[in-house]
Design a protein around this ligand. Structure first.
Ligand code: NIG
Ligand code: FE
Length: 403
């Protein structure tokens, strides 16, 4: 049968050998697992979930027989930097040969991004969005941060906004080269004309609060300026070393503190007492050959944890959420259940979304069918392309249906 459904039509998926709903009310365990499941998506939303045996007669204008394969909610990648030009493969090779990473390479990408045309930037984002969809991602966040002038940051967000659904103003990624040695002047630019020009094109404001980037006061000022322009906060925190990032994020009631590689006990306590999600980016640590965050400590303290790719040309040039799940299990000591939840429902929490990340009735019809009998295979078969098909709002989202 043809696996497609128009946005006005409906599609019934059946014989999903195992379905992850992320709704414990619908099935077993925290993932709400349903065996031999069926899902009906109508006008882009989940209209029915249950056992194939109970599927209403004639449901769906079109039907997809999953043949016993597993189904999961589409991945929610809540942290990515997709608007850039060029790549930094040489920097990667040098790093693997022992050169340390200190955020300095960002300037290389800034120079290339400024030189690029809007059409070139758009083509890169299109390519990465398509690549992510083929790996099962149906919701993507995308940051600016490689323009670092009013004009180039605004352009980056316009490109991102036309191609991804969550856009984040990251003018405070690093101090722009023109402002070298004058960080406070650059922060004033970010908090003034830059946020003014960018806010209409973004939902979020982010700041890189770390050594080599912005300190606590500068970061708090950027988040406050964003808030004055209607942008909700998220923070790059505690990636390169211990520091104030998590505290700044929690004090600003940020939706998410991202990286969290170097945490003090007080940081874990702050996160546990807050609604701020800890978004872990293990593909970045992998690509930097850096230590991994202590996910167990966070989970055991009751912190909500998300997994995301951090896709960017410097520290994590991957769109693969399955890789993040595998690393979450193997390197962060998450259970497969925790990792899958973090990559779907956790990402939704980090974006304050309740319409994605689960397959309960009313949720968006974002479904990934795996060429495997169980979600466990995402971690158990690392590096293998297990995505049989990706549907977003009930429509095929992986540009080339390869099987
Ligand atoms: O999330 N930490 C800051 N920003 C990116 C790295 C950007 C780059 O090196 O180009 C990150 O890892
Ligand atoms: Fe990042």
């Amino acid at each position: 049968m043809t696996p497609a459904a128009g946005s006005g039509g409906s599609v019934a998926f059946f014989h999903l050998g195992q379905l992850v709903t992320n709704d414990p009310g619908l099935g077993d365990g925290s993932l709400g697992l349903v065996a031999d499941a069926a899902v009906v998506v109508e006008t882009g939303r989940v209209a029915w979930v249950g056992r194939t045996a109970d599927l209403p007669e004639g449901a769906g204008d079109t039907a997809v027989d999953a043949g016993g394969r597993a189904g999961i909610p589409g991945f929610v990648d809540s942290h990515a930097h997709l608007v850039f030009a060029g790549d930094r493969a040489e920097e990667y090779a040098a790093r693997m040969a022992g050169r340390p990473y200190a955020a300095g390479g960002i300037a290389t990408t800034v120079a290339a991004t400024r030189r690029a045309t809007g059409a070139e930037l758009a083509a890169t984002v299109d390519r990465l969005v398509a690549e992510a969809a083929r790996a099962g991602t149906t919701t993507l966040e995308c940051k600016s941060g490689y323009g670092l002038t009013v004009e180039h940051e605004q352009r980056s967000l316009e490109v991102a906004g036309a191609r991804t659904e969550e856009t984040t103003f990251l003018g405070a990624h690093v101090v722009a080269p023109e402002y070298a040695g004058r960080p406070d002047d650059y922060v004033a630019l970010v908090c003034g004309p830059m946020v003014e020009a960018c806010a209409p094109h973004a939902r979020w404001v982010d700041v890189f609060c770390d050594r080599g980037a912005f300190d606590a006061d500068q970061a708090a000022a950027v988040l406050a300026a964003g808030a004055r322009h209607g942008l909700a906060p998220r923070v790059h925190a505690n990636q390169l070393g211990p520091g104030p990032g998590v505290r700044v994020a929690v004090e600003a009631q940020a939706a998410s503190a991202d990286h969290c590689t170097h945490l003090a006990d007080a940081d874990v306590d702050l996160l546990a007492q807050s609604a701020t999600v800890a978004t872990l980016l293990p593909a970045c640590d992998f690509s930097l050959r850096a230590p991994y965050p202590d996910a167990r400590r966070l989970l055991d303290a009751g912190v909500t944890v998300a997994l995301a790719t951090d896709c960017n040309p410097g520290t994590s040039y991957t769109t693969s959420m399955p890789l993040c799940v595998a690393l979450g299990v193997r390197e962060l000591h998450m259970t497969p259940e925790e990792a899958l939840w973090a990559a779907t429902a956790g990402g939704a929490r980090a974006l304050r979304r309740d319409d994605v990340g689960s397959l309960r009735v009313g949720a968006r019809g974002d479904l990934v069918v795996l060429d495997a009998p169980s979600y466990l295979h995402l971690a158990y078969r690392p590096g293998v392309d297990l995505v049989w098909g990706t549907w977003r709002r009930g429509e095929r989202a992986d540009a080339c249906a390869r099987r």
